[in-house]
Design a protein around this ligand. Structure first.
Ligand code: DC
Length: 226
């Protein structure tokens, strides 16, 4: 990391699956006029590449090679893999599940590290994921750990999927979220954990707007925003 890029402020928002990190990161970035990094999308794109190569995530070398070779482009809400729009494909539940498995391989994480840091561009970056504050941007001046009760996260995810016309079973969804939480928190490399200097925000009983206002208030308090 050059001293130039490390001077660019970063707000990290880490937390478990379906805690609302993506929405909050996007809205905070919009309010500040900063860049946004959805790091989960990089793991999901790797998972999609593995899936399309006929893999199941058990081959670390294959997953790492595909992660290193990822030909991707972000354009607003759309994301392209080898020139093909895949924003919806990477949101499929089975790709999220596969992403959580390939993300456990250290070689995959190493392959994606520099790519994530490349998003650090002026005037600032809001980065969401699992290890943004602990591993990728440890020098970030503001770190948020966004948590929410697993039952509430499952309800939110259920509503999102139903709105998209995808039929889901609440019992399976809850089971899947618990499994993913366990895997993300329990892995040996870069597990999901709040950085020692992170501020935990529990969004279980808070609406999106109040969480955004809370984060923007913290930005102002740290002199990151006017
Ligand atoms: O945030 P998400 O649900 O889109 O992320 C998909 C998977 O990618 C998640 O189960 C864990 C992994 N991930 C990770 O290990 N580290 C990150 N910084 C972001 C995501």
């Amino acid at each position: 990391m050059s001293s130039e890029t490390s001077a660019v402020p970063v707000i990290t928002i880490d937390g478990p699956t379906a805690s609302g990190k993506g929405t909050i990161a996007r809205l905070v970035a919009q309010a500040l006029g900063w860049q946004v990094l959805d790091s989960g999308a990089l793991y999901r794109l790797t998972a999609l590449a593995v899936h399309e190569a006929g893999g199941d995530g058990s081959d670390a070398e294959q997953a790492a090679r595909l992660a290193r070779q990822l030909d991707i482009r972000f354009d607003g809400a759309q994301v392209f893999l080898r020139g093909r729009p895949v924003a919806d494909d990477i949101r499929a539940e089975h790709i999220g599940e596969l992403a959580s498995r390939v993300a456990a391989w250290p070689a995959v994480r190493a392959a994606l590290l520099e790519r994530q840091r490349e998003f650090r561009m002026p005037p600032g970056l809001v980065a969401d994921g699992r290890d943004m504050g602990t591993v990728v941007f440890p020098d970030a001046p503001l770190k948020i750990f966004l948590d929410a009760d697993v039952g509430i996260r499952a309800e939110r995810r259920y509503k999102q999927l139903i709105e998209k016309g995808i039929s889901v079973n609440m019992v399976d969804l809850l089971k899947d979220l618990r499994l993913r939480d366990q895997r993300d928190r329990g892995r040996a490399h870069a597990p999901l954990v709040a950085a020692h200097d992170a501020i935990t925000v529990d969004s279980s009983r808070l609406g999106v707007e109040s969480v955004v206002q809370q984060v923007l208030g913290l930005c102002r308090a740290r002199g990151l925003a006017a």
